[in-house]
Ligand binder design. Sequence first.
Ligand code: NAP
Length: 372
Amino acid sequence: MKLGIVGSRGMVGQVLMERMLQENDLKHFETTFFSTSNAGGEHPFSKISNVDPKLKDGNDVNELKKMDVIITCQGGDYTKAVYSNLRSQGFKGYWIDAASTLRMESDSTIILDPVNLDVIKKALKDGKTDFIGGNCTVSLMLLALGGLFKAGQIEWMTSMTYQAASGGGARHMNELLNQMKFFTDRVMATETNLSNKILEVEKNITGLMSDSAFPKENFGFPLAANLLPWIDADLENGQSKEEWKAMAEGNKILQSTKAIPIDGTCVRVSSLRCHAQALTIKLKKNIPLDEIEMMLAEHNPWAKVVANNKSDSLRYLTPQYASGKLEVPVGRLRKMYMGDDYLNAFTVGDQLLWGAAEPLRRMLHILLENNT
Ligand code: NAP
């Protein structure tokens, strides 16, 4: 199969390539890398056999058309600019995409195979060719709670998120670091123990957020020493697009016959990598906690149930622990004051792995199996 990879230098692209190299995925393909900004340039994978050593132009439909499979992590604007044109010029191959642009199209299948392999296989059988990675927070939530969804035991749920800066891409994460530097360069230049004048320091930092030189070109607002309770577009019904995705995409991935209501508030926080979410789950009936833990742990090899105590929660339910891991820790599991059919949970996972790159590379293997 001829494989085209677009956007390998972005955050998702780098993680995708790291995983593909770890798993030696490229040996199955003749691979061409595409870039929208450096056609003809070098890429780091030129020494691997069956890899075209030069970058091709990501906007060149004639070159893209030669591929059997295209994986893109270039972004939604790229998908908008290239996809329809490519299809109308006769591209019949598989399109595997990390961007949200095509997710809700009727011909697209959202891929998260530990949860919906049957849906993916049916789509292939039906001749579908567009396979799109889900929203990172939604995919991580479905992996963490897969056992309860599979058992059909969730009546509704809320998800309150804590999403890392890197969810916005490489430039956003870089901006967060520059925001942190902006403060520390000014406030801690000469002394590091500021505790005797800490209220003055806080006032100073809050003031610096409005400084005209403060770096906020990407986020538009300070994220360091702050949080941002809105992610993605304003749907003008009081909901952000990120919040809308939970129910829309979640139910599409599950192919629910009756949509499960999922809603909440999505918040950007200043962690660098990994998205966390606090969940309130209304169960259809009172299920004992140990049974719930077993259902979650047994659903897939990546959901890691964390004992609900202080030390394990602080050790495992953090971006620090989850970063760079395929494991999706889920904990703080307890029944709530509202009743025995109300479950509290907290989960965190690497949004660049299961939330983005991993379902894409696994889709390649599903295609390979399908073609043999
Ligand atoms: P990104 O880091 O901004 O990279 C996207 C593309 O931007 C790169 O492939 C590169 O394309 C170009 N680019 C321009 N300046 C760059 C720079 N300084 N460093 C790196 N790349 C630069 O975006 P991303 O986070 O990887 O996201 C890609 C897609 O995946 C988006 O549609 C996003 O919504 C989706 N997604 C992201 C996440 C996440 O957590 N970040 C999770 C799930 C899905 P060229 O080489 O062609 O110039």
